[in-house]
Design a protein around this ligand. Sequence first.
Ligand SMILES: O=C(O)CCC(=O)C(=O)O
Length: 414
Amino acid sequence: MNALMEQLRVDECLSDLSEELAAIGPLSLRQRATVKALSAATRVLRLRAITNDRAAFAQRFAAPSSRELNIRTRPHSGIDDDTRMLFERTGVAGPLRVCAEDEARELADHIRALLRDPHNPLRRQIAAHNEHRAREMAAREDILLGFNAFMYDARVREVLLRPPIVEAMQALMATNRVACWRSQVFRQRPGVRTPMHQNVEFPETYGHRSLTLRPNRVFRPNSALNAWISLTHAGPDNGCLVVLAGTFRDTRVYDLGAYFAQHPTALLTCLAFFPRHEVERMLPVLLYGSGNHRGVTKLMLRFADFFHNDLFAQEVSRCDFVSRPGELWVFTSFAMHGSMPSQTDAERLTLVGRYIDEQDIAVGQNELVLSLGEVVRIDPHTQGWCNVARADTRPLRDRQHRAPASARTRRDAM
Ligand SMILES: O=C(O)CCC(=O)C(=O)O
């Protein structure tokens, strides 16, 4: 067994679902009946499961789309060669500077104000479904109110399209067609952490349904990258992001989730490998868990660990995203990452932009889907928001507007 998985089992409490079950709360009569019926179904499948060997069952979870697991970047004046080469090996690059420290602090204030603002366009949409919920979220400055702010907030959009980010993305994705399709705000406070996970959001999973791989294109670890921009100091003291560099080469947790999303009965067969008392705790998490599928993510890691005894066995190193305000780290969406709770009262605030190479991936309408007890869907087009932010990647000389003829004549005459 490899040391990384041993560590992850402990850090992520892989076989303990108490927190996730507590977050769901008591099940209704109907929910309890569903759990019982499905648990009985897994017992019927149990005989088939235990006569089946694990490795043979695991063979089914092959990658759902063409996949290339090596990273190839390209030289660019915006990023030095050593950083680029290290990124090819680890899937991580940074820290790079996006803006001055003072500006980062101002941006942090701007984002905090956005989270409280009664006129925040996202808050207005949530209020249209549930006024009370929207007010409650604003009162606690819920970071969800900063979700996809690039769509309607010109300042956030402008920052996410700054040359230091876009040029790094162009080099690391080896493309000119960089687009930001999602942004998020993360805040770290004592007692709260982000569990370890991989980020890929593809239609074949339980994730985002807008992104699709273009015909005849291959999904690469650098087709979808994240820019983690620290607006405050970030370090192990206040729960900075931790990325397990090198893990992008192993997509088996993701592949297993993708397979189950498309073959729900195979998920029941998978559960049949586990004892009944565990199945009865796993089912409510799979069926009724919310909050960005965090419980589901943990279960997928648990299942992958059960079926593959060499998970994340290749060269992996821990990278703490230690940053000064205004610094940026880039990581591939296939890298395992998460954070530990803050040990101080100093808040860590981070703006994350998620980028794709539009040569490989099409964004689609990019509807926002928020799980707030009920599912709230917001189509950016009908709101007059921009659904995807694209950088102008033409050379500078082609971008400058030509001066009006009269001005040109005057200058030319001088
Ligand atoms: O900053 C954090 O705590 C979490 C960030 C994260 O999970 C992400 O950017 O995908």
